[in-house]
Design a protein. Structure first.
Length: 272
C-alpha cells in the first residue's frame, strides 16, 4: 500500500514537518508581535521607541500571514493589510517629539547660587555687597535646596539716607533667593507667599497677582514694598523701604536682578 504522505523535499523534510515548522514560526512571530505591543504600551516611556515597537509589531503581523494555512490567508489577508496600514500610520500622529533640550540640575544650581559671585547690576542707588545664607522664613511644599540672601547697600556717592516727604528716610532692603527641586515647588512657594501677604497688605494691581511676578504694598507698620516672583525652580523676594511709588521700580528691578542671577547660574548648571 502506498503512503499518503507527500515525499520529502530537497532538505529531507516531509510536508508534515514543513507544515509544523511553518506554524511554529507563525506562533513565534505572533508572540513576538504581542510582546512588542505590550512593551510599547506598558514599559516604554520614549515616544519614538514606542512608535518603533508598534511598527515592528505591524511588520511581524504581516510576516505571520504567509505562514498560515491557505484558507486562513485568504480570509485574513485583507484584514492584515488594513491593520498594518492603520497601525503603521496612526503612531506618526500620536507620538509627540521628545524634548531633548538639556535639563537644569537643581542641586548643582543651588550650589552655584550659594557660591556666587553675584554678577548682576542692581538698580541705582543699590549695590550688591555679597551673598550669605538666608533665614527666609516660612516656605511651602518640599524642602528647599538653598536659601541665599543678597546683602544690599547704597552707593556711597548717594548716601544711606534718601530725601522723603517728612525729612530724611533710611533706605532698607532684604533680598533673598530660594532654589527648589522642581518648577512647581517654586510656584507653590509663591502662591503661599501671596496668600500670606494678602492678609495685611495691598496688592499692586486690581486683578489677581501672578506667581511669576507680583508686588504688595505693606501697610502694617511703615510703608514698604514687597515684590517677588519665580523663574523655573527659583523663588526670589525683595522687601524695600520706603514704600512710595517712586521706589516701586527699584523693588521690581531688584527681583529681576535676582532672577537673572539665578539664570546665569542655571546656564552653568545645565549639562552640554
Amino acid at each position: 500500500m502506498a503512503s499518503s504522505s507527500a515525499p520529502p523535499d530537497a532538505t529531507g523534510l516531509s510536508a508534515e514537518n514543513r507544515r509544523k515548522i511553518r506554524y511554529g514560526a507563525a506562533v513565534g512571530l505572533a508572540l513576538a508581535g504581542v510582546g512588542q505591543l505590550l512593551c510599547a504600551n506598558l514599559l516604554v516611556t520614549s515616544g519614538w521607541l514606542r512608535m518603533a515597537l508598534i511598527v515592528g509589531a505591524v511588520c511581524t503581523a504581516v510576516g505571520v500571514v504567509p505562514l498560515l494555512p491557505e484558507t486562513w490567508r485568504t480570509r485574513l489577508g485583507t484584514l492584515a493589510v488594513t491593520f498594518a496600514t492603520v497601525a503603521g500610520i496612526v503612531p506618526l500622529f500620536l507620538v509627540e517629539p521628545e524634548d531633548d533640550s538639556p535639563k537644569i540640575d537643581p542641586v548643582v544650581l543651588a550650589a552655584l547660587v550659594e557660591r556666587g559671585p553675584f554678577d548682576q547690576k542692581l538698580p541705582a542707588p543699590l549695590v550688591a555687597e555679597g551673598l550669605a545664607s538666608a533665614n527666609s522664613g516660612k516656605d511651602a511644599g518640599p524642602t528647599k535646596l538653598a536659601a541665599v540672601q543678597l546683602r544690599i547697600g547704597v552707593d556711597p556717592e548717594v548716601g544711606v539716607l534718601l530725601p522723603g516727604d517728612s525729612g530724611e528716610e533710611t533706605f532698607q532692603t532684604f533680598a533673598f533667593l530660594e532654589i527648589y527641586p522642581k518648577d512647581g515647588d517654586a510656584r507653590k512657594r509663591a502662591l503661599a507667599h501671596m496668600k500670606d501677604l494678602a492678609v495685611w497688605n495691598k496688592a499692586l494691581d486690581g486683578g489677581t497677582p501672578d506667581a511669576g511676578g507680583y508686588c504688595y504694598q505693606g501697610t502694617t507698620l511703615d510703608v514698604y514694598w514687597e515684590c517677588a516672583g519665580t523663574r523655573g525652580p527659583v523663588f526670589a523676594s525683595v522687601t524695600l523701604a520706603p514704600g512710595d511709588n517712586a521706589h516701586l521700580g527699584t523693588a521690581r528691578d531688584t527681583v529681576t536682578a535676582l532672577l537673572n542671577y539665578a539664570d546665569s547660574m542655571a546656564r552653568k548648571a545645565t549639562p552640554p
